[in-house]
Ligand binder design. Structure first.
Ligand code: PMP
Length: 428
């Protein structure tokens, strides 16, 4: 038996399901989760000493690859000066200036400690700013485990939402309307009915939590227009896409200015960080300037700021995103060609250094219904074969994949070699 197996058994004594975040448990792919011991560059090493080419990158943050020497130096130097002060530091101003420079829709930004905190705070602020309670989200988008956002569509279109987890009060879920991603007509219809009650639309501008699904042409523009017409706040949840699909995030890539943006993952370079910010007029409603309350003991933590700042500095170098995007394209194109040669129904999506793999002959995949209709068994078999061959993909068919600047051509080639065997097994 593997050391990962023993560690997983031990973990379950005092940790629910043996994990501190559910998707890590491998429930949807089967088998024991791999326990990691260390990571460097494009590779992770498990507790048994086996090394994998990693396409999860801690679920997005590690765009420079793991343990980048300059980030590690920034963190260790900062750690020696103190772990947390709970008082302002110059690093926080440097971070705010950098974020507002890279994401021009943000005039003011507040740091928090996770993506969930960022979306939760943005939602409260949108409600506080508009004096309205209803929020619009899209089926298949995930915005962290915020009560108001753990809501699925009610039966029938344009009905109010139902909790998607016990513990979320129905009275709160009723204020959340869950619509179909990439269906602008439905958004317009909803706003025609109750636009003056809707505080905000929150959207992943490239969906990354139902695998990877790009916005249809005109979708984001349409959301901007509808929000302008009805005085609602447009929130882009760029926790995943920020500093990932381009230096200016999805909003830079598609040229749309949201009112508020939630950030996470890359902004912390692997440390627990999130941020939310946007238009000055809205952000000035946050305490201590305004009445909308929001706070955090560890917000703007100096070590997290040091890791994030160094990461943002390194990804700002000219050509950075061209390189990671080219590696991603090489991977995705290679996988498509291999699947097609093997006669496996397969479709891919890619935006920048983010990709999605779908086991379906009915591509492209454009929304949640299409993503959930894909062949889960084929994904599971592919995942397990790749894992065995030393390629670590997200252990769920509904997660996007990530490439880092540390992924070399030979990493991609090795991945494609493994995929050739995995597809052959599936086809056979
Ligand atoms: N929003 C999006 C788009 C995300 O992908 C995630 C996490 N995967 C979150 C919010 C929540 O972030 P966190 O897990 O840091 O709370």
């Amino acid at each position: 038996m593997s050391r990962s197996h023993d560690l997983f058994t031990a973990a379950q004594h005092h940790i629910p399901g043996g994990v501190n975040s559910p998707v890590r448990a491998f429930r949807s792919v089967g088998g024991d989760p791999v326990f990691f011991a260390s990571a460097a560059g494009s590779k992770v090493t498990d507790a048994d000493g086996k090394t994998y080419i990693d396409y999860v990158g801690s679920w997005g943050p590690m765009i420079l690859g793991h343990a980048h020497p300059e980030v590690i130096t920034a963190v260790t130097e900062q750690a020696a000066r103190g772990l947390s002060f709970g008082a302002p530091t110059e690093l926080e101003t440097q971070m705010a200036d950098k974020v507002c420079e890279l994401v021009p829709s943000m005039d003011l930004v507040r740091m928090v400690s996770s993506g969930t905190e960022a979306t939760m705070s943005a939602l409260r602020l949108a409600r506080g700013f508009t004096g309205r309670d209803k929020v619009v989200k899209f089926e298949g988008c995930y915005h962290g485990h915020v009560d108001s956002l753990l809501v699925k569509a009610g039966s029938g279109m344009l009905t109010l939402g139902e909790p998607s987890s016990p513990g979320v009060p129905a009275a709160l879920a009723e204020l959340t309307l869950t619509l179909t991603y990439n269906d602008l007509d439905q958004v317009r219809e909803t706003f025609a009915k109750m636009g003056d009650e809707i505080a905000c639309i929150i959207v992943e501008p490239v969906a990354g939590n139902m695998n990877c699904i790009p916005p249809a042409p005109g979708f984001l523009e349409g959301l901007r227009e509808v929000c302008d017409q009805h005085g609602s706040v447009l929130i882009f949840d760029e926790v995943m896409t920020g500093f990932r699909v381009g230096l200016g995030g999805a909003q830079g890539r598609y040229g749309i200015k949201p009112d508020l943006t939630a950030l996470g993952k890359v902004i912390g370079g692997g440390m627990p960080v999130g941020a939310f910010g946007g238009r000055r007029e809205i952000m000035e409603k946050i305490s201590p300037l305004g009445p909308v309350y929001q706070a955090g003991t560890l917000s703007g933590n100096p070590i997290a700021m040091a890791a994030g700042l160094k990461t943002l500095e390194l990804i700002s170098k000219p050509g950075f995103f061209d390189q990671v995007e080219a590696s991603t394209t090489r991977l995705v194109k290679g996988l498509s060609e291999l699947a097609s040669a093997a006669g496996v129904g397969f479709s891919t999506n890619q935006v920048g250094a983010m990709f999605g793999l779908f086991f379906t002959a009915d591509g492209p995949v454009t929304n949640y219904a299409k993503a959930t209709a894909c062949d889960q068994d084929a994904f599971r078999a592919f995942f397990q074969s790749m894992l065995e061959q030393g390629v670590y993909l997200a252990p769920s068919a509904f997660e996007a994949g990530f490439v880092s600047s540390a992924h070399s051509d030979s990493d991609i080639d090795a991945t494609l070699d493994a995929a050739r065997a995995a597809f052959a097994k599936l086809a056979g």
